[in-house]
Design a protein around this ligand. Structure first.
Ligand SMILES: Cc1cc2nc3c(=O)[nH]c(=O)nc-3n(C[C@H](O)[C@H](O)[C@H](O)COP(=O)(O)OP(=O)(O)OC[C@H]3O[C@@H](n4cnc5c(N)ncnc54)[C@H](O)[C@@H]3O)c2cc1C
Length: 308
């Protein structure tokens, strides 16, 4: 992987928890990036908020979001609209994988909330998970010997995984919305302007229904790998946090997960009250802990990320 900017902190989510963390960490001069999935989140869904102190006439969630974001931007916080696909840990290094790029950071605050449409699945995805549906070519690629394999996604990761799968599969079809590059590999075919609508089969995946250029098409596939941001919290976070039986992330009172440098704040946490004010409280505590963590671990700067 080429050398890239290393952030002090990446915050996943731009709800009240994530934006509060961003304001505190930005104001403390940390190099902060917030990634936000387009158009979702409980804050944006709240039409009128009457119980958040300071707004006696009420305020909409969207207005509150805009005000908080403006305040974070004032402190130099960076924002990107992208979807988290996973977090990899390699020793002290943290790689935040999104549908547009892989990012390096010294610390992470997970503040991705609990909106219902946050992790909605494709039709058939749940049913065939482990029966021809996978999220990880490195883990399951070896099962695809001589098969026709579909890969769905736009990210660097999706392409890398598709190329990796050509080692095993008879044919790999990468379905994308808007992928522009082409790659010389006899086994890899790219289908663009394709949206996955349904995964079908009997005991195992047998074919997929695609909306291709506004036309319904069917492709025969034996195995598919999804990089579409449809993972639920257990699938996304179980390597970087302990989750309870309902999928909420368990932290201590300082918002720390069980992994050094990884924190969680807001509705994604196991807690009793899920409101804007409690998300803000979590976001404040998490940011204060990150500020201490970065100061204590100054030598993180010296880590050789280029060697990854
Ligand atoms: C309809 C409705 C009305 C409500 N009314 C009130 C009210 O009146 N008063 C009150 O106090 N509370 C209210 N709430 C609750 C309140 O909105 C939440 O408790 C609060 O927004 C939680 O904040 P959060 O930062 O944890 O998450 P959210 O506000 O849900 O924000 C989550 C963020 O994470 C991002 N995200 C999610 N998944 C990903 C991903 N895979 N990759 C990248 N980014 C991702 C989203 O884009 C979003 O920016 C209401 C909730 C709803 C749904």
């Amino acid at each position: 992987m080429e050398s890239k900017e290393i952030f002090d902190l990446i915050i996943i989510g731009a709800g009240p928890a994530g934006l509060t963390s961003a304001i505190y960490a930005g104001r403390a001069n940390l190099n902060v990036l917030v990634i936000e999935k387009e158009g979702i989140g409980s804050l944006l869904m709240a039409h009128k908020i009457d119980n958040y102190p300071g707004f006696s006439d009420g305020i909409t969630g969207k207005e509150l979001y805009e005000k908080m974001k403006k305040q974070a931007l004032k402190y130099g916080v960076n924002f990107r609209k992208s979807t988290l696909l996973g977090i990899d840990l390699i020793e002290n290094k943290k790689i935040v994988k999104t549908d547009s790029e892989n990012l390096l950071t010294k610390s992470v605050i997970i503040a991705s909330g609990w909106a219902k449409n946050n992790f909605s699945k494709i039709k058939g995805e749940k049913e065939f998970l482990g029966k021809g549906v996978s999220y990880c070519a490195n883990c399951d690629g070896a099962f695809t010997k001589n098969m026709i394999v579909g890969v769905f996604g736009e990210s660097e990761e999706a392409l890398e995984e598709a190329l990796f799968l050509t080692r095993y599969a008879k044919e790999v079809i990468m379905f994308t919305h808007n992928y522009k590059k082409s790659f010389p590999n006899d086994k890899l075919k790219i289908v663009s302007k394709a949206i996955l609508e349904e995964i079908k089969g009997n005991d195992y995946v047998e074919y997929v229904e695609i909306n291709e250029n506004d036309e319904k098409k069917i492709y025969k596939v034996d195995y598919i790998f999804l990089y579409l941001g449809t993972k639920n919290p257990t699938e996304l976070y179980s390597d970087v946090a302990v989750l309870n039986s309902q999928g909420y992330l368990i932290t201590d009172d300082n918002m720390k997960t069980n992994i050094d440098g990884v924190f969680a704040a807001g509705d994604i946490r196991e807690k009793k009250v899920r409101q804007i004010s409690t998300a803000i409280s979590d976001g404040t505590i998490a940011a204060m802990e990150v500020i201490k963590y970065i100061a204590k671990n100054k030598n993180l700067k010296e880590l050789n990320y280029e060697k990854m």
